[in-house]
Design a protein around this ligand. Structure first.
Ligand SMILES: NC(=O)c1ccc[n+]([C@@H]2O[C@H](COP(=O)([O-])OP(=O)(O)OC[C@H]3O[C@@H](n4cnc5c(N)ncnc54)[C@H](O)[C@@H]3O)[C@@H](O)[C@H]2O)c1
Length: 257
């Protein structure tokens, strides 16, 4: 079950947090993992770690918001191998409401979290079609479907990821491409530590506690827990699943009342 031997997977933002867990889980299950990362030093380190643990991985420098770069990197990978799986995981955070989110911040979040996903879809789907099919998994968030305080730009972007998943799942049914998304509540990663220290300096421990308790289960998720769901959805065992968003939220959406 959940064997990815012989599969080639692209994981954007695959060197940190949730992406790191996905890269490691997929490699452990036999996939050759291409880590597409802005932080190439970290990505090289992760690829080396995976190899030292007996897995197979390569790192590629990429900024997913730049379409020409994305096409170059993905075409180069596709020249050497058949791509089977794309995980659109890379994303950035932003705290703010509609009337205090600066235009530059809004553009930055949309460029990475929405246009970045589109760029990777644009560059990868022709290769999946040529290969006769494949799997796409997009990292959405509970912010796509619930009103989270102070996350205007981020929620806007994740709502778009949620809709892009449906659109892509629909458009490529006949090409054998499955497309789903995952919507985590808070996951303890550098992303969360980064926005707590940036936005709540001096109140880090208090904010961490508060954010942990917003999940009825009483804690944040561990990245490996998201990695396990990603593995299932990208494996052949999930062959009947497409056009779905999967909550992985410690009860956040259904039990917070
Ligand atoms: N951590 C959470 O609580 C949480 C909850 C729900 C959804 N998510 C989503 O999960 C995804 C991963 O989050 P994380 O917490 O692991 O974050 P993280 O900051 O730990 O890792 C994100 C990785 O993406 C890379 N990246 C950022 N911008 C990039 C770009 N333009 N091009 C290529 N790579 C880029 C970073 O270098 C980093 O390694 C994001 O899409 C995030 O929105 C996170």
């Amino acid at each position: 079950m959940f064997d990815l031997t012989g599969k080639v997977a692209l994981v954007t933002g695959g060197a940190s947090g949730i992406g790191l867990a996905i890269s490691k889980t997929f490699a452990k299950q036999g996939a050759h993992v291409h880590i597409l990362e802005l932080n190439i030093d970290l990505a090289n380190q992760v690829a080396a770690d995976i190899k030292s643990e007996g897995g197979s991985a390569e790192a590629h420098a990429i900024d997913i918001s730049k379409q020409a770069d994305v096409i170059n990197v993905i075409d180069e990978i596709a020249e050497k191998a058949t791509i089977n799986i794309l995980v659109n995981n890379a994303g950035i955070a932003h705290v703010g409401k509609a009337d205090n989110t600066a235009e530059t911040d809004f553009d930055r979040v949309i460029n990475v979290n929405v246009k970045g996903v589109y760029n990777c879809l644009f560059a990868t789907i022709p290769h999946l079609k040529k290969a006769g099919g494949g799997v796409i998994l997009n990292m959405a968030s509970i912010a796509a479907t619930v009103g989270i305080p102070d996350r205007f730009a981020y929620s806007t972007a994740k709502g778009a990821v949620f809709s892009m998943t449906l659109s892509v799942a629909r458009d490529y049914l006949a090409d054998g491409i499955r497309c789903n998304s995952v919507s985590p509540a808070r996951v303890h990663t550098p992303f969360v530590d980064g926005f707590i220290s940036k936005n709540y300096p001096g109140q880090e421990a208090e904010m961490f506690e508060k954010l942990s308790k917003t999940q009825p289960i009483g804690r944040m998720a561990k990245p490996a827990e998201i990695g396990a769901l990603a593995l299932y959805l990208c494996s052949d065992e999930a062959s009947f699943i497409t056009g779905c968003d999967y909550l992985i939220d410690g009860g956040f959406e259904k039990l917070n009342n």
